[in-house]
Design a protein. Structure first.
Length: 163
């Protein structure tokens, strides 16, 4: 519990630094998350571990995206092995969509009607969204909102597997 409280204090300090025009870097390790070549493969890997696939829609130079990646998603990926991939708004990087069709990050995010960076999507079987999106950053409560959506996504996956 103490570790979680310390992490919360660090996240709030990073948010204050960002709001003041500073940088959230320092304790962070790496500024990007893996970009999938194939969403069906990434999802299959996530489902094998009974986890949702979390997709972050990001943009280059976005300090809020950096904050979410480094202080929320990267630690969850490292410590809880949460399957997370990054798609970049405006990027022409190639990938396969859930239908197995070639597309780009930007085209897919447009189809998904993602308009805010960062946006987190929580995907289950067949690439369906299984929890509400988390768009933007709500300074003091982001961790709680993320935890709530992950719990909802995991519950949904449990229902998918039992039904």
């Amino acid at each position: 519990m103490k570790d979680r409280a310390v992490a919360g204090v660090r996240r709030r300090a990073a948010l204050v630094a960002l709001a003041a025009g500073g940088s959230a870097t320092g304790a962070a390790r790496g500024s990007t998350l893996p970009a999938p070549g194939s969403l069906p493969d990434a999802l299959a890997s996530a489902l094998r571990t009974r986890q949702p696939l979390v997709v972050i829609a990001s943009t280059g130079g976005c300090p809020w995206c950096q904050l979410v990646r480094e202080h929320y998603l990267a630690p969850l990926r490292r410590e809880q092995h949460l399957p997370v991939v990054q798609l970049d708004i405006g990027s022409r990087a190639a990938l396969l969509d859930f239908g197995g069709h070639p597309t780009t990050h930007d085209e897919l995010l447009r189809r998904w009607q993602v308009r805010v960076a960062p946006t987190l999507l929580f995907l289950g079987r067949d690439g369906r969204e299984i929890a509400p999106r988390l768009a933007g950053v709500a300074a003091d409560f982001y961790g709680a909102y993320l935890d709530h959506r992950l719990a909802a996504a995991r519950r949904s996956l449990g229902q998918e597997h039992s039904g």
